[in-house]
Design a protein around this ligand. Structure first.
Ligand SMILES: Nc1ncnc2c1ncn2[C@@H]1O[C@H](COP(=O)(O)OP(=O)(O)O)[C@@H](O)[C@H]1O
Ligand SMILES: [Mg+2]
Length: 349
């Protein structure tokens, strides 16, 4: 049975535009990371870089952005503010980068903002670079998740914006799957932007976090029902989530059509009104555009802590064929497989 009302509501919300005001209103970690702290981060003793990252970030939020700066002195030219600094956390997916980013955000008591790199770029597109700079210069600490330079335009924007903000004294912590030296590799000629990338990366302390995907090593217990099912098990699935208040049910084709109709930035607002989502007949992706829209969609489902159920003839790691995973986006597909595996308590091979 399809939930027509839910699907319609989702479609309407997806087609509502997102304003700069909408984005600026919610500069906090998403639901999934709303309770992430340094205390509930359990560093893996086999990978000392994890505990080192915790200590470094604790020092950074204690000492760094707490330094007072005076806008008045800056305005009258009496004193230059101390330039802000940055921490760049990089490592594989699932090692706890976003958890630590949210923990640093929560630990810091001054003016702070948390957003994804994608949201930051979208904000610049909506309201110009200088306006974005002045709205963000009000914060002492900026936490930016999933830093990524995938085209020459956002490289220039990122270096101008972050460079400008740091000159004003703003401190930045960011996470990325890519070490700073490899940003933009596989996508565009980094040669052209080497100077900009070097200038930007010199402002950051690079912290590499090693480790396993936490989602694999800390699996749900045996009593948690698996919600990645074969299509014939769909009825059990309906019963399983019979009591959810806001349930969105879409089949694979409907989901793809809906996602193709809107910019990915709108997904967060459209999905967070639901507490459960069923995708039926999930199949393999053939086109990278559809596959990437699904990647961003699952990111938001994960961030919003929505209960997810899937029926499919495939396993999570069979959704993205080799034709897609051999390109520069492979890490994104692996992230989605990892998140789907955690959300549906299934095991991928
Ligand atoms: N060492 C850890 N202790 C506690 N929870 C962790 C740890 N590492 C990761 N997690 C949890 O595992 C999940 C994946 O971590 P996340 O921070 O999203 O990884 P990344 O951003 O590196 O891909 C999150 O729910 C996070 O809270
Ligand atoms: Mg992350």
């Amino acid at each position: 049975m399809q939930n027509i009302a839910g699907a319609r509501e989702f479609e309407l919300l997806l087609n509502e535009s997102v304003t700069a005001g909408d984005l600026l209103k919610f500069l906090t970690p998403p639901t999934h990371f709303s309770h992430s702290t340094f205390e509930n981060f359990r560093p893996d003793i086999h990978h000392p870089s994890q505990l080192e990252a915790v200590h470094l970030l604790q020092r950074f939020v204690r000492q760094g952005p707490a330094q007072p700066r005076s806008f008045f002195n800056t305005l009258v030219g009496r004193a230059k503010p101390t330039a802000g600094r940055g921490v760049y956390l990089d490592g594989g997916f699932g090692v706890g980068k976003t958890h630590l980013l949210a923990a640093a955000y929560h630990a810091y008591e001054g003016r702070k903002a948390y957003l994804t790199f994608q949201e930051l770029m979208f904000l610049v597109g909506l309201q110009r670079l200088d306006v974005t700079m002045s709205s963000l210069a009000n914060y002492h600490l900026l936490a930016i998740d999933e830093f990524e330079l995938d085209d020459p335009a956002n490289t220039r924007i990122a270096s101008t914006l972050l460079g400008g903000l740091m000159n004003l004294g703003v401190y930045v912590i960011t996470t990325s799957n890519t070490p700073p030296g490899s940003l933009g590799k596989d996508r565009f000629s980094t040669g052209d932007f080497k100077r900009e990338l070097t200038q930007l990366s010199e402002r950051f302390i690079q912290v590499r976090i090693d480790g396993e995907d936490y989602r694999h090593t800390h699996h749900a217990d045996d009593h948690t029902p698996q919600t990645w099912l074969r299509p014939e098990a769909a009825q059990a699935l309906e019963r399983f989530n019979g009591n959810s208040a806001q349930h969105l049910r879409l089949n694979f084709d409907e989901l793809q059509q809906q996602l193709a109709s809107a910019h990915p930035i709108r997904v967060r607002k459209a999905i967070e009104i639901f507490d459960a989502l069923t995708i039926s007949n999930l199949s393999a992706f053939t086109h990278p555009h559809d596959a990437l829209r699904f990647v961003y969609f699952i990111d938001k489902v994960y961030d919003s802590d929505i209960q997810l159920m899937i029926t499919s003839l495939l396993q999570p790691d069979e959704l993205f064929p080799r034709s897609l995973t051999t390109g520069g986006d492979n890490k994104k597909y692996l992230r989605t497989v990892s998140r789907l595996t955690e959300l549906t308590h299934t095991k991928s091979n």
